[in-house]
Design a protein around this ligand. Sequence first.
Ligand SMILES: Cc1cc2nc3c(=O)[nH]c(=O)nc-3n(C[C@H](O)[C@H](O)[C@H](O)COP(=O)(O)OP(=O)(O)OC[C@H]3O[C@@H](n4cnc5c(N)ncnc54)[C@H](O)[C@@H]3O)c2cc1C
Length: 271
Amino acid sequence: MIPSTLEYTKARSIDEALAAVAAGARPLAGGMSLLPMMRLRLASPGAVVDLGGVPELVGVCEDGDELAVGAMTTHRAIANDPLIARHCHVVAQAAAGVGSMTIRNRGTIGGSLAHADPHGDLPAAILAAGGAVIVRGPGGERRVDVGDLITSYLTTTIADDELITQVRLPKDAAQSAYAKFHRRAIDWSIIGVGVSIGADGVRAAATGVGERPMRLTGFESVLDGGGSLEAAIARAAEGLSPTADLDGSTEYKQHLVGVLAARAYAEASSR
Ligand SMILES: Cc1cc2nc3c(=O)[nH]c(=O)nc-3n(C[C@H](O)[C@H](O)[C@H](O)COP(=O)(O)OP(=O)(O)OC[C@H]3O[C@@H](n4cnc5c(N)ncnc54)[C@H](O)[C@@H]3O)c2cc1C
């Protein structure tokens, strides 16, 4: 299906992009989720502003005890970035497992977080790492923890006139890993779990378990309290009730949460 008529502009700076979204344009990042939605008429923006010409939105650098990642940095660049591999392995590993090479070449970290798909890998991996986003709008800049960013299915706390400009990743998430279960190599996660073992303890988060990525608080508290991995696995899906569908029953998906949490924890521990 051909998308409906729309106005297209390409921003050259963050300010130009902000002016366009303030005037009602929808941000266009890699287009890997927005364009399919437009083709299906699930989204019909009257105007889009392409963020692909804004150099400030691309790249990874160190900033104190964090990595600053431009919102337009692609999954492929993230998967191959030496700083992310060294300091925040869980995010590099999740990015490497996103869809196909085509999707990874175009899709971006900012687009993935803003789109907030309940089966998205990056949001769960960044939640496990304890990351945050920098959001810029007419009122200036604000920082939002990823745990407070996604509120439900495809819904975030970002206003229509705001943009994610940066993703902030902690540098103390080196001992971390992401485990994903899917049918074929290019598929979305049925369930995915990220685990990070840092100075403050274990953080674990899952995708595919509800309307948004969720922390595995039962799993975390057992391990932080010195309990066994077996006991932690038994509590991994505590409080989670993944929807039964063609991929499996609620009970099967709860079982997968435990299996993947154990895999990710074992890999993170060995790093
Ligand atoms: C076949 C296929 C397989 C896929 N498999 C996976 C998978 O296995 N795992 C996975 O996690 N994802 C998967 N994806 C999704 C992929 O990760 C997308 O890249 C991602 O969901 C959206 O990123 P994007 O840069 O393409 O954003 P776009 O599609 O351009 O935008 C998505 C939404 O975010 C908004 N937006 C974009 N950037 C910003 C910004 N900086 N500030 C504010 N709002 C913004 C847009 O307005 C739009 O609403 C798949 C997609 C496809 C088509």
